[in-house]
Design a protein around this ligand. Structure first.
Ligand code: GAR
Length: 187
């Protein structure tokens, strides 16, 4: 594939999904190229992953959301970004930001959406003694973890499952689901 889509990834933390997308993007036929990483947490481990792969990265504080979004829009435009992936980015983007960006934005969430939006997903899933959980990639709207679902993967919750084991199990699945979802969007 010659014309890969210029993509930015927003992160807040570890960046394991970022890593998985970067590695997949090296494939000749993968539809996107990661041109920029933006974090709202200056200590995010994901920033080190970006640097290690020689991808330009920026930190902008999101304490002032308007300013954060203005800074991001400036960088997105400057780098000619046409696709945005949220990967463990823990802020809800405003309607104004989504409109101003004007291109596709996708997110990954560690539950079977529309169930268990928001934080502490695994804890709530276990508390409710659910039989299944999973992860979802969806288009982003100004509403938290909402928007059209692109792909979803389901797992069985073991009898002795803990928050930690469930988190690890689902994260491994996310690393497969996110790249497949990106391929499916641009097919
Ligand atoms: C992932 O489990 C992702 O689904 C979740 O944060 C984790 C980030 O891990 N995102 C959300 O909860 C968004 N609502 P990573 O930084 O290692 O990719």
């Amino acid at each position: 594939m010659v014309n890969k889509i210029n993509t930015c990834v927003f992160i807040s933390g570890n960046g394991s999904n970022l890593k998985s997308i970067i590695i997949n993007s090296r494939d000749y036929n993968f539809p996107i190229n990661i041109r920029l990483v933006i974090s709202n947490n200056k200590n995010a481990a994901g920033l080190k992953i970006a640097k290690k792969h020689s991808i330009p990265c920026k930190f902008f504080s999101s304490k002032n959301k308007k300013l954060f979004e203005r800074n991001c829009l400036f960088e997105l435009k400057k780098n000619n970004i046409k696709f945005l992936c949220l990967a463990g980015f823990m802020k809800v983007l405003s309607n104004n930001f989504i409109k101003s960006f004007g291109s596709k934005i996708v997110n990954i969430h560690p539950s079977l959406l529309p169930n268990y939006k928001g934080l502490n997903t695994h804890k709530r899933v276990l508390k409710n003694k659910e039989k299944y959980s999973g992860c979802t990639v969806h288009f982003v709207t100004p509403k938290l973890d909402s928007g059209k679902i692109i792909l979803q993967k389901k797992i069985i919750i073991d009898r002795n499952e803990t928050e930690n084991s469930l988190q690890k199990k689902i994260l491994r699945l996310e690393h497969i689901l996110y790249p497949i979802s990106i391929i499916s969007i641009f097919r």
